[in-house]
Design a protein around this ligand. Structure first.
Ligand SMILES: [Zn+2]
Ligand SMILES: [Zn+2]
Length: 258
């Protein structure tokens, strides 16, 4: 059984009742580090030192600006003794970006932790370091190119497959991978009518879900408030809320709680 927990479900603007989109897999793999990561973890009863691994999707502020706070907290509060190594999987060149961001945020304070207690891996696929039950493949998606956008296909030793599409509009990589996945986490950034190809919208998500009827889509990074769901989406699309927990295995979702 795999646990998929949503610590946040909003887009960059945090619509009412939603913090920035943030997913935790099996209590140890985080996908991205949004600005409000510390309260998001504490609301879930977790601390930064509980996290073994972070997978980064791209370099937009709503996905990375919490990183310096996350490292600062580990250094001074939850991992003062330096017992826990943090493993980070990210696109080539990302290590330098995260170190620059940390230096801007807390000059001179985080270098020691970043050098000694964090391991950066830019391989495109392989074992998820710190989570031996999982292998991953990172793939390019369709979003602002300067952010080097990627998604992740993750497979559990049980055979269960989950895809996190990252922040993206429709693209061939997502279209070809979704049919074989049990669960697809998809970020819906904007409503129909907004002139951009870099985000899924209700119409393009509906098309993808209709084309892959046996896959369950968990829609996050939403532009709607928590009490105003998007209407008219297909039955295999679930619009998530902050705090939602899905227990999943091959074939789909076994239980949902919040
Ligand atoms: Zn975003
Ligand atoms: Zn983005």
């Amino acid at each position: 059984m795999v646990e998929v927990k949503f610590l946040g479900s909003g887009n960059a603007f945090c619509p009412d009742g939603r913090m920035h989109s943030l997913v935790l897999l099996d209590e140890k793999i985080l996908i991205d580090t949004p600005p409000t990561i510390l309260p998001q973890l504490s609301q879930a009863g977790l601390s930064p030192c509980d996290i073994n691994t972070i997978l980064f999707t791209h370099w937009h502020g709503d996905h990375i600006f919490g990183f310096p706070f996350f490292i600062l907290e580990r250094k001074y509060i939850s991992d003062r003794a330096g017992n826990n190594t943090l493993n980070i999987h990210l696109h080539e060149g990302g290590e330098r970006k995260l170190k620059e961001l940390s230096e801007i945020a807390f000059p001179g304070s985080l270098n020691d932790v970043l050098e000694n207690r964090v391991r950066f891996y830019d391989s495109k696929k392989g074992q998820v370091t710190g989570a031996p039950d999982w292998v991953f493949e990172r793939f390019p998606v369709n979003h602002e190119p300067a952010t080097e956008p990627h998604g992740y296909e993750l497979q559990h030793t049980s055979g269960f497959t989950i895809i996190h599409c990252g922040d993206s509009g429709p693209c061939e990589e997502i279209a070809k991978r979704t049919g074989d996945a049990d669960i697809v986490i998809i970020e819906v950034g904007v409503p129909d009518g907004v002139p951009t190809d870099f985000h899924f919208k209700p119409s393009s998500l509906s098309e993808l879900a209709h084309n892959n009827p046996s896959t369950i889509f968990l829609a996050t990074h939403l532009y709607t408030t928590k009490d105003e769901p998007i209407s008219g989406l297909p039955e295999n699309v679930i619009q998530v809320h902050d705090g939602d927990v899905f227990n999943c295995e091959i074939g789909g979702i076994i239980t949902k709680s919040n």
